[in-house]
Design a protein around this ligand. Structure first.
Ligand code: B3K
Ligand code: ZN
Length: 875
């Protein structure tokens, strides 16, 4: 990058000057030089009134222009302009045909955007702006065209040739090559184009849609992985059925393809009828995938499938509207998982995720609204805010309108906008029109960044038998938004009597900065269960007394708030102890004091057979170190680590007998099945093992070694390894060596092995991570490897990343700089942890700022990394 990247603003949106009716692409695939011919049928945009003499402007990057012709006449070099960002020429009229020939190099494409090579296969990634790395094109989502794609390739290395839509024709060519022609009847933006070619195995199944369409379902994987596709296939069929039942949305083609590739920048991509996945979110069998992997596969397969309507049939007008498809689709996949598994457990997981990823983003230098106002590089805005907070916004609409009202709004949205590229406002308008409501204030969630903080106070008036609840909201300033408005949010409230009976369950609408809600006919001072089910995505500043939290842990009919009360209690205990630890020179046990009451409440949860096991496992997990860091300023990673471990040790010691019972009672001889109930049982047993080992009693480390050795599935194996990982026990080295010997050739499984070592709290972790960089399975060119070794070190090992001597920052900064030349998108994503400097003490903050300065001083820094590093440095 030479100059400062340009800032793109939402308010500058203008409709495209020219539209494209039809695109015909011909690929002559070759690893080194692929030739791409593109024939575009162009029409002036009536909205813009363009025509002859107007400039036509196409995006294009990193490729060679071979030729351009208009209406079959080749243009001379003085008839067009081409530079690093695109191609311009003058329109001859209102409709015309353009032929463009370009050359790209798939093998040299390490950014994994556009056309690239993964293992031996060719594949593409075009969202958000990868298509412009294949050919010159108006690469924006509001230009929708039908695509016909011809692929020519070597028959031996690429027997499989895939693109979007239906296969129209295929056959042999000279020189041991062959071809396939794919036609997609649905107009789509360029970001949904996809091509795959390679020697892949195929697993096939079928689905009959509600109206009787027989759809062929195919999953393509590397040879040898055919036995790992069952769960993804099953998830796909369940998603298709769920979308018909819950949203009335049916699949619209006769074929649905999924391809799993090893090198992929993110989780997966919803290209029309040709989803491309990061292999780790497809491949699973009991001895290679954990319960968590199964869960993620289910939700990501569903997410990408659901995009066929929320994203593809109705797409985004411009990239500022990204949450239109992503927030909605995340909400859809969360609800799907809730229906397939346990609703409260799913909500707990979704909220924990929101708190771990989105709240810190909203409270830091990269805070932005769900619908951002500006960006330098759109790939930097595939964020937890756009996705997860966007999903919370849709969830609030669902709460406000009720299931039926929401469905009416959804039906109107898809009816009204099928085949269009629209905005978040269009979505909200459909919800409003279908329900005759005004969502003006709720829509502020689209435009206002920052997590609101709520306080509440309850007063009981015995004479009037009235309970009055005063609630106030406040949102702290975020970059570019010093003043905040009051937001509209639904708050689900429960009032409980002394005997645990529910007196009231009601959802109130908070719309003011401060508001009073009155509950009549209340005969006693109630205990308040506030924001049940996390009905609004906010922080709660009000601290409830510990005895009320214990009461709620045991009595709340809202399972989410039972969990939440345990989290609040644990957080309060640990925060007080952390402060104490900093004063008492590092005596963590002394800092904790007497925690018997808390542990007694934990025992009750552990032993409450009415609660499902997955829920109990979640409720027994203490808030993580990253979460605690967010609550402290300055955050002291060492104090947080020591106090949390000390509490774990005390819980493990006091509840040793109970955990030992739990461990043994939940052993299973049955063959592994990935269903939610069996997974819950394994999770509870793993939690017990974790606490037993945390007690420090050596026999339990031996138990973990035994579990590792005897495991017949990856979940139990990883659970054992995860606890051994932090220990100085010979079993650790033995297990890690065994794991490597077993799975060394399996790239997806080896990511776990790298990740574990990067997350170890042992003193030798940084040295080990440095060594692992030269492990034969590690490469900076594979995003999964980079994320599991380097990303995990920064994001899941606060103690070592924030080592006070700066060694963690230094190592990390070197990697970011190195990675930026290989894959800017991944480098930019990994930069965020350095941006949290304002949360730390002066010494660490200075070192983190220096690290960002070093990143910013990199010659030829990418636009991606520049945007994140400069915003992180400035705030
Ligand atoms: N839409 C893709 C994400 C594309 C990311 C581009 N940097 C996957 C998804 O959200 O389903
Ligand atoms: Zn998505």
């Amino acid at each position: 990058m030479s100059a400062q990247p340009q800032v793109i603003r939402r308010e500058d949106y203008t409709a495209p000057a020219f539209l494209i009716d039809k695109v015909e692409l011909v690929f002559d695939l070759d690893r080194d030089v692929t030739n791409v011919k593109s024939r575009l049928f162009i029409i002036a945009n009536p909205v813009r009134g363009t025509g002859a003499g107007n400039e036509v402007s196409f995006d294009g990057e990193d490729m060679k222009l071979v030729s351009i012709a208009i209406d079959d006449r080749k243009l001379g070099v003085d008839e067009y302009n081409v530079d690093k960002t695109g191609l311009t020429f003058t329109a001859p009229g209102e409709t015309f045909v353009v032929d463009i020939e370009t050359q790209v190099s798939p093998v040299a494409n390490t950014r994994l955007e556009g056309l690239y090579v993964s293992q031996s296969a060719f594949c593409t990634q075009c969202e958000a702006e990868g298509f412009r790395r294949i050919t010159y094109f108006p690469d924006r989502p509001d230009v929708m065209a039908t695509f016909t794609v011809t692929i020519n390739a070597d028959k031996a290395t690429c027997p499989v040739l895939l693109s979007n839509g239906n296969l129209a024709k295929s056959g042999d060519l000279d020189g041991n090559r062959h071809f396939a022609v794919w036609e997609d009847p649905f107009p789509k933006p360029s970001y949904l184009f996809a091509l795959v070619a390679g020697d892949l195995a195929c697993v096939e199944d079928r689905f009959k849609t509600v109206s009787g369409r027989d759809v062929a379902l195919r999953i393509f994987v590397e040879h040898g992985n055919e036995d790992r596709c069952d769960y993804a296939m099953d998830s796909l069929k369940r998603s298709m059925k769920w979308d018909e039942e819950v949203y009335g949305l049916e699949y619209d083609l006769d074929l649905f393809n999924i391809v799993a590739v090893s090198d992929f920048n993110m989780g997966a991509m919803e290209n029309k009828s040709l989803n491309i996945f990061n292999a780790k979110y497809i491949l699973a069998k009991p001895d290679t995938a954990t319960d968590m992997d199964y869960e993620l596969i289910e939700s990501i397969v569903a997410h990408e499938y659901f995009h066929n309507w929320s994203g593809n049939r109705v797409t985004c007008r411009d990239w500022f509207q990204l949450s239109l498809k992503e927030g909605l689709t995340v909400f859809r996949d969360q609800e799907f998982s809730a229906d397939q598994r346990s609703r409260p457990v799913q909500r707990i997981k979704d909220v924990a995720q929101l708190r771990a990823r989105q709240f810190p983003e909203d409270g830091g230098p990269l805070a932005h609204p769900v619908r951002p106002d500006s960006y330098m590089e759109i790939n930097n805005f595939y964020t937890a805010t756009v996705y997860e907070k966007g999903a919370e916004l849709i969830r609030m609409m669902h709460t406000l309108l009720g299931a039926d009202g929401y469905r009416k709004g959804i039906d109107l949205y898809f009816d009204r906008h099928d085949g269009q590229a629209v905005t978040c406002d269009d979505f909200a308008k459909a919800m409003e029109d279908a329900n005759d409501v005004d969502l003006t204030q709720l829509k502020r969630w689209y435009s206002q960044a920052g997590t609101p903080s709520l306080s509440w106070k309850g007063d009981y008036y015995a004479d009037a038998k009235q309970f009055r609840l005063t609630v106030s909201q406040k949102t702290a300033p975020t970059p570019g938004q010093p003043d905040k408005f009051a937001l509209h949010m639904p708050i689900a409230i429960g009032l409980l009597g002394k005997d645990g009976k529910e007196l009231v369950s009601r959802t109130v609408q908070l719309t003011e900065n401060e508001q009073e809600f009155v509950f009549d006919n209340i005969n006693e001072t109630p205990v308040v269960s506030f924001n049940r089910g996390f009905s609004a995505p906010v922080n709660i500043a009000t601290q409830q007394p510990h005895d009320e939290l214990v009461f709620l842990m045991g009595n709340d009919s809202d399972a989410f708030n039972r969990w939440e009360s345990a989290q609040k209690y644990a957080t309060a205990l640990m925060l007080t102890a952390i402060e104490e630890y900093e004063k008492n020179d590092g005596d963590a046990d002394g800092a904790l004091g007497d925690v018997t009451d808390f542990i007694t409440a934990m025992r009750a949860t552990l032993q409450n057979a009415d609660l499902d096991k997955a829920f109990r496992a979640d409720a027994l997990v203490l808030p993580g170190e990253e979460f605690l860091s967010e609550q402290r300023k300055p955050a002291n990673p060492e104090a947080i680590h020591q106090v949390r471990n000390a509490l774990r040790k005390q819980i493990g010691t006091m509840l040793k007998a109970e955990f030992a019972d739990t461990y043994h009672q939940n052993a299973s001889n049955a063959a592994f099945t990935p269903d939610a109930q069996s997974a819950g049982q394994r999770a509870l047993r793993a939690t017990a093992l974790g606490y037993l080992v945390a007690s420090g009693d050596a026999q339990f480390a031996d138990l973990a070694v035994a579990q590792y050795r005897n495991a017949d599935n990856m979940t139990d194996r990883m659970a054992a390894l995860a606890v051994l990982n932090h220990l100085d026990h010979p079993g650790r080295a033995e297990a890690l060596a065994d794991f490597e010997a077993r799975f060394g050739k399996d790239t997806v499984v080896m990511d776990k092995w790298f990740g574990l070592q990067a997350m170890s709290s042992r003193d030798d972790t940084l040295a080990r991570v440095k060594d692992l960089m030269s492990h034969p399975s590690f490469t900076m060119r594979n995003p999964n490897k980079v994320r599991s070794l380097i990303g995990a070190f920064a994001m899941a090992n606060p103690r070592h990343f924030h080592a006070v001597d700066g060694s963690g920052y230094e190592f990390y900064t070197d990697r970011l700089i190195e990675l930026d030349d290989v894959n800017p998108q991944v480098a930019a994503r990994l930069c965020a942890p350095l941006g949290k400097w304002a949360k730390y003490d002066d010494e660490r903050a200075a070192k983190m700022k220096a690290a960002l300065d070093r990143v910013l001083a990199k010659p030829e820094i990418s636009r991606d990394l520049y945007e994140i590093a400069s915003k992180s440095r400035a705030a």
